[in-house]
Design a protein around this ligand. Structure first.
Ligand code: DGY
Length: 321
C-alpha cells in the first residue's frame, strides 16, 4: 500500500508528480490561501507524511492527532513553525531545505540593504507622485554602502554569503555568533565581536540568525539605543527576532536611521501596522528565497526529504536532535 501524504499548498506539478508516483496524495489546492487549521487537523489523522510550508503551525496539539505520521517535511530552511521537540517525542522526523536558498537569500538581503540605504522605494514614489521639481544638493540623500561597516548577527550559510557580497563593496565586516568561525574569519576578513561592539560600530546591522526562544526579541529598545544614529537595520531572518514596537519608536525618534524588513512578527503584516506609516522603512513580503530556480529547488528538496523518510532511509536534512 502506498504511504499517504498531505501537501499543504498547491505545488508545481513537476514536484507533485514525483510524490504521486510513490504516494497517495491529497493537496490543499490553493496557491495564496493557507490551509485552515481544521482541515489540517482532519487530514493529519490519516497520513504517513506531511509536506508543509512555514505558514503552518505544526504544534504538539496537532501532532497528537497524527497516530501514523512519520515525517514532517518543511519547504523552508527555518523551522520555527514546527514544535520539533513534540515531533521527536512521538518519533516523527522533521526535515528542512538548507543550502539551496543560501545565495538567493543573500542576494535579496543585499538588495534590501542597498534599497534602504539609498532610499530607492521612497525615491521612486517621489518621482511618480510628481514631487520631483529639480536636482537639488541634498535631495533624497542616503547612506554610503561602500567602505561602511556591516555587522552580521548570526554567521550561518546565508550570513557568510552576505559577507562575500559585502567584501566586494569594501565593507568592514563584523559578526556575532554563538561560536567563533576562524575559517570564515580568515577567508572573508570577518572580525568577531560581542553584540554590544557590533551594535555600536556597525553602519548596517543584518539579522541573520534562526528564530528560537533565545533569539526572540534579541533586538529591542536597549540594543537599538546602542546603534549609531545613521545606522540601518536589515532583517531577512524572522520577525520575532526584532521587537517591532521598539523598532517603530527608534525609527520615529531617529535613534536609528532606517530599516529594511522582509519578515514580520505577524505575516502578512496588518496594513494598519505603525511601521508601514514610516518613510524610512522598506518592507517586503517575505521574498528572501523567491527566485524561480530557488523555489523549485526548495520544493524538490522537501520532496526528497519526505520520500527518503517514507521509504525508511535517513532523510538528507533532518532537524531533530
Ligand atoms: C526559509 O526558508 O526559512 C525562508 O524564510 C523562506 O525561504
Amino acid at each position: 500500500m502506498k504511504p499517504k501524504v498531505y501537501i499543504t499548498r498547491k505545488l508545481p506539478e513537476e514536484v507533485v508528480s514525483r510524490i504521486r508516483e510513490v504516494c497517495e496524495i491529497r493537496m490543499w489546492e490553493e496557491e495564496e490561501v493557507p490551509v485552515p487549521r481544521f482541515v489540517l487537523e482532519n487530514e493529519i489523522a490519516k497520513i504517513d507524511g506531511l509536506y508543509c510550508l512555514l505558514t503552518e503551525t505544526i504544534d504538539r496539539t496537532l501532532l497528537e492527532k497524527a497516530p501514523k505520521l512519520k515525517v514532517v517535511s518543511n519547504m523552508a530552511v527555518g523551522y520555527n513553525n514546527i514544535e520539533v521537540s513534540a515531533a521527536t517525542d512521538r518519533g516523527i522526523l522533521v526535515t528542512n531545505t538548507p543550502g539551496v536558498l543560501t545565495e538567493t537569500t543573500a542576494d535579496l538581503t543585499f538588495a534590501l540593504l542597498m534599497a534602504t540605504a539609498r532610499r530607492i522605494v521612497e525615491s521612486s514614489g517621489f518621482l511618480r507622485s510628481g514631487q520631483w521639481k529639480t536636482w537639488s544638493p541634498m535631495l533624497l540623500t542616503g547612506q554610503d554602502i561602500h567602505g561602511a561597516t556591516l555587522g552580521i548577527i548570526g554567521l550561518g550559510r546565508i550570513g557568510e554569503a552576505l559577507a562575500r557580497r559585502a567584501k566586494g563593496f569594501d565593507m568592514r565586516l563584523l559578526y556575532h555568533n554563538r561560536s567563533r568561525k576562524p575559517d570564515a574569519e580568515n577567508r572573508l576578513g570577518l572580525e568577531y565581536t560581542d553584540m554590544e561592539t557590533l551594535l555600536r560600530e556597525s553602519d548596517f546591522v543584518c539579522v541573520m540568525t534562526p528564530y528560537t526562544p533565545e533569539t526572540h526579541n534579541l533586538i529591542g529598545k536597549a540594543q537599538l539605543a546602542l546603534m549609531k544614529k545613521n545606522a540601518v537595520l536589515i532583517n531577512t531572518a524572522r520577525g520575532g527576532i526584532v521587537n517591532e514596537d521598539d523598532l517603530y519608536e527608534a525609527l520615529k525618534k531617529g535613534t536609528i536611521w532606517a530599516a529594511g524588513l522582509d519578515v514580520f512578527e505577524q505575516e502578512p503584516i496588518p496594513l494598519n501596522h505603525p511601521l508601514l506609516t514610516l518613510p524610512n522603512v522598506v518592507t517586503l513580503p517575505h521574498i528572501g528565497s523567491a527566485s524561480v530556480k530557488t523555489r523549485l529547488k526548495m520544493a524538490h528538496l522537501a520532496a526528497d526529504n519526505l520520500l527518503q523518510a517514507l521509504s525508511g532511509q535517513r532523510p538528507a536534512h533532518p532537524v531533530n536532535p
